[in-house]
Design a protein around this ligand. Sequence first.
Ligand SMILES: Nc1ncnc2c1ncn2[C@@H]1O[C@H](COP(=O)(O)OP(=O)(O)OP(=O)(O)O)[C@@H](O)[C@H]1O
Length: 236
Amino acid sequence: MEKKPLMKIEDLSKFYQMGEVTVKALKNSSFEIYEGEFVVILGPSGSGKSTLLNILGGMDKPTTGRFFLREEEVTKYNEKMLTNYRRDKIGFVFQFYNLMANLTAKENVELATEICKDPLNIENVLNDVGLADRKNHFPSQLSGGEQQRVAIARAVAKNPLVLLCDEPTGALDYKTGIAILSLLSKINRQYKKTVMLITHNAPIAQMADRIIKMRSGEIVENEINENQIDPEGIEW
Ligand SMILES: Nc1ncnc2c1ncn2[C@@H]1O[C@H](COP(=O)(O)OP(=O)(O)OP(=O)(O)O)[C@@H](O)[C@H]1O
């Protein structure tokens, strides 16, 4: 079956003016990602990964260029449309979980889905991320890996078109990190969610369908991964 582009990125740039100096965080980047793909964006610190992800997540605006989600040009959106876009179309997973400390795991997920158009069943999602018997715990009562599972459940339960994950294993030990990557891989397959994960950790790219490499604000490689391996086989 021929895959359809989910996101089309055309010539995106982001420049910051720092006094006399222009910092080119992202330079003329163009690529497409396809429905259902697991994409890893790999690059060293400062290469522009977060800048790109923040723009695609509707949290930041590019200096030049445009991007589309399916047929819609997101770069044309006003603030209100961007709020709806972030709420309904995008699921975010961050390095440091960003959970509400005074809410239980389940309440964290509920809060995120309350205003969404088409949320999934919360109990099912909590079961699927392996939190069936932890759902009434507060974040401080959960391990880092469990907190990241809550964050993933929160993102998935919104039923977004794409999951954007910014160094989701960056704060976790190796074994827990692999478990989180396995979970993201399962979510990608089971829920048919497109996943875009950014990392500086090269071995993680081995699990991707597509690997996009960045350096100094530029896309230097965009390849289908012919030697994909399961997260359990990744070592670092
Ligand atoms: N608000 C800002 N003002 C000025 N420069 C910025 C700003 N945000 C990012 N930059 C610069 O843009 C470049 C790209 O930063 P970005 O955070 O996108 O990189 P990254 O690849 O995500 O890095 P890391 O892996 O360390 O998070 C860096 O040189 C950074 O210093």
